[in-house]
Ligand binder design. Structure first.
Ligand SMILES: [Zn+2]
Length: 248
């Protein structure tokens, strides 16, 4: 199903099955975030990227992400929120869920981990913007619990895709991480390194997600600066790439 390296030219797009589409943009698609960029240019970049994957920009919903743990259920009237500007985006939210077809829920990242969830049984999806702060607030666990409440999803059925993010090869952290993430922080060459992906996988597995249902693209945004934007590697860049999941 996944042939990442071969596909990584303009954008990356795959289907779990005939009901669910997952995509993420690349550096070559342009920046997908509004702050610090020309609005019309961002709209055009978003439209071109999504259209190539069979999604209309009007079908997109984005949130104003704040590294918190609020999760919002999206329904048809929300379509288009945050797609054309930041002002209409779902406020102060880092995870979106829906069971409605043709609503493309998206997150913007540069180093944080984008996680997409798909339940083929109840036909429901979720997407998470997981930075270390949200991870500490258990956003991944909370999103699955919310899908259980709202859609009766069984974690054993969930298909999970872990997108490009800053990996432990490049994620150097301060000493406080030894206390807040003792199991995912390691020492190498006298420096501390954090495994953001492992911290989220541990939340997935502890809620009952099967290991064989977790697909990790294994791409590091810092190692692969040619393909992605990296906040760490490039300093305070305003560029972000977009990850999207949609029920067909
Ligand atoms: Zn790396």
């Amino acid at each position: 199903m996944l042939k990442l390296e071969a596909e990584l030219k303009n954008d990356y797009c795959f289907t779990w099955d005939s009901s669910c589409l997952c995509v993420f943009s690349l550096r070559s698609n342009g920046s997908m975030s509004f702050p610090g960029n020309d609005k019309q240019q961002v709209i055009q970049a978003r439209r071109q990227f999504l259209q190539r994957c069979g999604i209309e920009l009007e079908e997109l919903v984005c949130a104003n992400q704040i590294h918190g743990c609020q999760i919002v259920r999206i329904d048809t009237p929300d379509k288009g929120k945050g797609a054309f500007d930041k002002a209409t985006a779902i406020d102060s939210t880092d995870a979106l869920i829906t069971n409605q077809r043709r609503i493309a829920i998206g997150v913007l990242t540069a180093d944080c981990l984008p996680i997409t969830l798909y339940d083929p049984d109840t036909k429901s999806i979720g997407i998470i913007h997981a930075g270390w702060r949200s991870t500490l607030q258990r956003i991944t666990s909370l999103t699955i619990e919310r899908m259980q409440q709202e859609f009766k999803s069984n974690p054993k059925n969930l298909r999970v895709f872990l997108g490009p993010a800053l990996r432990c090869c490049c994620y150097q952290v301060k000493e406080e991480f030894l206390e807040i993430f003792p199991e995912q922080t390691s020492i190498k060459n006298g420096k501390l390194w954090f495994d953001l992906v492992a911290a989220n996988v541990s939340q997935l597995v502890s809620l009952g997600v099967e290991n064989e249902h977790i697909v990790d693209c294994r791409l590091c945004t810092s190692c692969r600066k040619d393909l992605f934007f990296s906040y760490r590697k490039e300093g305070s860049t305003s560029s972000r790439f977009m990850s999207v999941v949609m029920l067909l």
